[in-house]
Design a protein around this ligand. Sequence first.
Ligand code: PGA
Length: 231
Amino acid sequence: MGASIIVANWKANKTPDEAAAWLQEFKTEGLEGKTVILCPSLVHVPQLHYFITTNHMPLALGVQDISPFDSGAYTGAVSAKQIKPLVSYAIVGHSERRKYFHETNDEVVEKLKRLQDAAIIPILCLSDMGQLEYYLSHDPDLTKNPDACVFVYEPPSAISGGGVYKPEDPSAVSAIAKKMQEKIGSTAAILYGGSINPENAKTFFQLEHISGGLVGQASLDPQTFSAIVHA
Ligand code: PGA
């Protein structure tokens, strides 16, 4: 079986013109049965939302992070309720938020609550079992139905850097995804993230307990990402 959910995490890349060009070049044929979620920088969200809806493209939109606060006097923040008309998903708990912005488990829990209030589906990044156990103990709603959350196992050591891919061992991914599924239920989606590229995508997408992937570096080029989506 191939992947059913594939997320493109563009991180802090692309100008508005480059973002528009990507969408024009990305081929949307053959996406039936798959959920492809684009997570551009916030600055691109209104433009991409307009393009996707006016062209009836079979793509979903997400943001890469969300404010832990509700709407209000929080300079520089964007709340879940503000962005809700434009997106269906939000990445939350990415290890780069911890590494560069000192995000804590408790902040992730607050973000999850804001997303739930706004009915945005979290794409929850997990570096290990400990994080999963922490979030579940603070936010049991994550497993209230199989569509309440998309879980991603993404070991920080596997995230590509400087254009170099260093994926996790597939058998280790399958083993930890199995353990995660024992906690969250067998119908919840668990994706793998970290150095997915056209050469290894099929291997990861065919793993037992894995329903797709979170793709960073290899999502920046529309043809490369397309090859992954169809792997
Ligand atoms: P990568 O990034 O595919 O470039 O390793 C994945 C991620 O960090 O979301």
